[in-house]
Structure formats: C-alpha cells, structure tokens
Design a protein around this ligand. Structure first.
Ligand code: PLP
Ligand code: COI
Length: 356
C-alpha cells in the first residue's frame, strides 16, 4: 500500500477569536462555527498544500460546477472532550473511508487518507477550546468536498476544495419524534446515490420532509423506491425497530447509507445479548406489530441525532403510537454508545480515537 505523505499543514491563526460570543450552555445544533477551518485545493490533477486558516467565506465563479451539477460530498462526525480535557473522535477512519466511497460515486477525486486524518487532528487541536462539555453537546465536525472548477459544460469539474469546518453543538432533537412513512416520494433508488453522503440526497429530501412537517411530523420514514412497502431510513438517520425483544434494522444497500452509528449499535446490542436481525421489514409488519402490541420501540440512529426515540408514526392518514416501555433499548444503547464516545466507559471495541 502506498502511503501518501501529507505536506506540512500551513497554519494561519485568527487574530480575532469569536469564542466569547457563543453561549456554550445554550447551543443549537450546527449554527455556530469555530475560529478556524481546514482547506485544501485539488488543482492540476492533485491535492495541493493543505492549510488551516481563520474561518472565512469562500469565493467562487458563478459557473462553478457545484452550483449547477451538485458535485459535493460530506461527512458528519463529532469530537468529544472528557472530564480530563482529553479530545476524542469516534471511528474517524470509517468516515475517512466513507467520504472516498461517496467521492468515487460523484466522480470526485478521492482524498489521500492522511490529508483527512491529519487535517482533522490539526484543526481539532487548534480549536479544542470550542468543544463543549455540557450534557449532550459536542463539537460537530463537517468535512466536505465540492466542485470548485468553472464552466457550464456538464462534466466533472477539474478543480475541487476539501474543507473541514466545525460547530459546537447541542442535541439535534431535544424530544421524541413523530415520523411519517413516505408512500410517494423516494430518497434514493436502485443504482442511484443513496449510499453516498452526496449533498443532493439531502436537498431532495427537503420538499417531502416539509410536506410531512406541515402535517405535524418531524421527519419522514423512507421506504423502498419500487414498492414503498419496506422501511429503509428515517430522515438523516438509519432506523431500528424493536418487536418483542428483537431489534430489527434494514440491511444496507445502494439505497441506504452505511451508518457508523448503525453498525456500532448492532455490535453493542449483539454483545449485550440482544437479539438483532438485519433484514427487510415491511410497513405491514410494523402495523401488525403495533396492533398486537408487540411493537415496543422505534428509534433513529446517526452521528448528529445519536439515538432518537420515536413516539408515533403515521401511515395512510392514521397515527400509530409507541408504548412507553420500561428498560428501553433506545435509552440503554444510547448510554452505551455515548459512554464510549465521551470516554466514560471501557472501549472494548477499540472505537475511540485520541486526538490529544
Ligand atoms: N442515514 C443518512 C441518510 C444520514 O445522513 C446519516 C447521517 O450521517 C445516517 C444515516 C447515519 O450515519 P452515521 O451514523 O454514520 O452518522
Ligand atoms: C450526521 O448525522 O452527521 C449527518 O450527516 C446528518 C446531517 C445531515 C445533519
């Protein structure tokens, strides 16, 4: 394997920190940004000198391909600070690999692993004072790559920018959510880009999600594009369903994102002796389980949302309410995974990654 050596990252520190303007006890999700950002250009067929610079606007030609053809991919990660002030990431190499899987699908040049990992570490070290420590908060980290080359020709760009920006963030959902099972729109299709974290996947969700919001639902449960009979994902989360004492989640495919939270939850649950089934689950099975009382829990899982329990789902103009269960899997698994992430427990799987 050839290891690409990253040129030393050039660092230009800000002279005007904005950290005092942020109320760290009252953080929304993803609204504030830190003092610095990592940036690296792809020009002349290769990734150039990586830099960390004061957080700033990016200037682009109006014909830049990102505006017209949507060549963009991103990742979502979190940095956590433990009670001793040590900074941790959770399975960051998986994000590094996934951004390249997404990039390949969008005809974006892949990033050498070292650029991603070294850029991430250097930025987090510089902005470590921005990592919040209040309950449920963390530093949301957003690496992304987009087409910055210009020209209206509908072909892949010859220039790209790889940026890492960070946002001190509170919880994504601060309460249980109500989801609408989507019967018409699709998030992804066979042979499409659903498995990639491509910007357009999210843009395409906003309209159906807005329609669901207007009816009082927080998010949409995406179903398969062919029949709309099988449950796939929930908003920007993978979805888990507990029937009896069995935890069920859909297998990943080219329509479903291979979520890092999802696969960690599967491993933790199995390790804890919970019966886990990775298989297709139909809307019909969900309705039947709700009617007979065997449907105990539904929750979404993702980096931003962590584990988000669902209190009801809607289908065919009818709402189905989830019971309040004792010994909820969602609560149990959320505690297990966040204890690993925040360095509050042993990390038997080796998922925690020390930044500094
Ligand atoms: N599914 C979609 C569509 C997402 O956007 C996300 C968020 O990243 C997830 C699932 C969860 O993935 P992960 O746990 O890797 O954050
Ligand atoms: C994440 O969970 O990190 C995501 O990317 C979801 C995001 C669209 C808020």
């Amino acid at each position: 394997m050839s290891v690409e050596v990253i040129p030393t990252i050039k660092i230009e520190k800000t002279l005007n920190s904005k950290i005092d303007k942020v109320d760290f006890n009252n953080l929304p999700f993803g609204q504030y940004t830190t003092d610095h950002m990592f940036i690296c250009d792809y020009v002349d067929g290769k990734w150039q000198q990586p830099k960390i610079v004061p957080y700033q606007n990016i200037s682009l030609d109006p014909s830049s391909k990102i505006f017209h053809y949507g060549q963009s991919v991103f990742e979502g990660m979190k940095a956590y600070k433990d009670i001793d002030g040590k900074v941790w990431l959770f399975r960051p190499e998986d994000n590094q690999r996934r951004i390249n899987i997404s990039a390949k699908r969008m005809a974006i040049p892949e990033l050498p692993a070292e650029y991603f990992m070294e850029g991430l570490k250097a930025l987090l070290k510089l902005d470590s004072d921005w990592i919040p420590t209040s309950e449920g908060s963390s530093l949301y980290v957003r690496p992304f790559v987009f087409a910055s080359g210009d020209g209206f020709h509908a072909s892949p760009s010859d220039e790209y920018k790889f940026v890492i920006a960070c946002s001190p963030s509170g919880t994504y959902f601060n309460r249980k959510v109500k989801l609408l099972i989507e019967q018409h729109f699709s998030r992804s299709a066979n042979g499409g880009v659903g498995y990639a974290k491509a910007g357009g996947n999210y843009g395409g969700q906003f309209y159906p999600t807005k329609l669901a919001n207007d009816k009082g639902y927080d998010q949409v449960i995406w179903t398969d594009d062919t029949t709309h009979e099988y449950i796939e994902e929930a908003g920007a989360m993978n979805i888990f369903i507990r029937i009896g004492d069995t935890l069920i989640t859909a297998p990943v495919s080219d329509r479903i994102l291979d979520g890092i939270t999802r696969k960690s939850i599967i491993e933790i649950a199995k390790d804890e002796g919970i019966d886990v089934e990775v298989r297709r689950i139909s809307v019909n099975e969900l309705q039947e389980a709700s009617k007979t009382g065997s449907l105990k829990e539904i929750f979404g899982a993702g980096t931003a949302a962590v584990i988000s329990p669902v209190y009801a789902f809607g289908y065919n103009e009818k709402d189905y309410h989830l019971p309040d269960v004792e010994n909820s899997y969602a609560d149990f698994l959320k505690k297990k995974i966040t204890d690993i992430q925040y360095n509050r427990s042993e990390d038997k799987f080796g998922w925690r990654y020390l930044v500094e």
